[in-house]
Write a protein that binds this ligand. Sequence first.
Ligand code: DLL
Length: 431
Amino acid sequence: MKYWNREMETLKGDALHALQAKRLRKTVEQAEKVPFYQKMLKDVGVGSADISTVEDVQKLPFTKKTDLQGGYPFGFFAVPMKEVVRIHTTSGTTGKPTVVGYTRQDLDHWSELIARNLTMIGLTDEDVFQNAVNYGLFTGGLGFHYGAEKVGMTVIPSATGNTRRQIEMIDDFGVTAIHCTPSYAMHIGEVAEQMGTTLPTLKTGIFGAEPWSDNMRNMLEGKLGVTAYDSYGMSEMYGPGAAFECPERNGLHIWHDMYLAEIIDPQTGEVLGPGERGELVVTPLVKEAMPLLRYRTGDITMFLEEECPCGRGMKIARLHGRSDDMLVIRGINVFPSQIEHVLRSVPEVGDEFLVYVDRVNHLDEMTIEVEMNRSAFKGELEDLTRAQNRIVGALKEALNLRTRVQLVEPDSLPRYEGKAKRVVDRRGNEL
Ligand code: DLL
């Protein structure tokens, strides 16, 4: 088992708690330089002097995404602008994006996180790494880039797009590890198939930035010939790197010396224990330019109880979606990733699907367009009808919901280079 920073990665018990408490207090001190937090802390009568244990985090109020938007652009920065050496923003589709600033020390911490993750899954300076995500304001590009360079890997900043060229590069440059969104990985897999290559040098796939199911993992491993690892993060937590699967691939280690994680009931704010699913709340412990206190991520997960054989600490379950992309269909909660998990287990199903939600006569209707794979598409009409019924049945069983399924031709639905958008909610448009 390889470690980038064995001491920090395997820190446990009192030593870990003492470090977390010290860093938590320092983070609150840093937050006290931000007018928003000055007011918030004054309102609840708590200051950095009141923080001496990890549990004291519960004295602090939560910070929400809307709070950050209210501070647009630089209202949450705790250092003078001349110390901010990088800015990223979230890809907010509505309203102003969230702006995140980094000091030089923040960038060092961030690349250390990525270096830990890459080392944890066995990558070294011998590897050739293709970073097929959007470079620019999205944190996935530069975040992974500098972390992979830190490990000494040969980094190819291929970014997204021109998929045939991406595939030629994998083969010509002997790429051993690729990083992209799972949606783009699917597309790379299908284009590679059309080009007649099995991508023989590729061994490792790192996928993240959006939810992807275990069945999708199996499919990607088959198409690309890789072992696939899940990578979680968000711009407010630096970006990718915050949590990552180890070779056990049974949950993601959230780096306990850099993030204090809690799981809460999203309705009541009550703190939940291991095994209880709820919203992930994070207090970054080393952020300098933009400290955050108890940030509500909106992401749903739980702490896993068992100790990991790899010796590292705290693990969270894979994330199946955000509380805000959960659909409520006729009173039933549905995450798009559940639909994906079902579809990817049906052999006749091809690579993409699209979910439409409508309100028909005051009732929610979910219609799913499902691409067939090539061989099923060439088959008999009877077989297709059978496949369609099977999909409807599997969805009914998994979601307890009747859905309409329309089979469509291979390659007829949109492809994605970054995060996918597979749900079109048309409710509210009927007036
Ligand atoms: O997506 C950072 C990132 C880049 C992570 C590359 C992994 C790889 P944002 O654009 O701010 O940051 O989006 C953050 O994406 O709150 C989750 O809802 C979702 N998300 C990120 N990773 C995963 C994952 C980057 N592995 C938001 N599984 C988060 C499920 C994920 N959802």
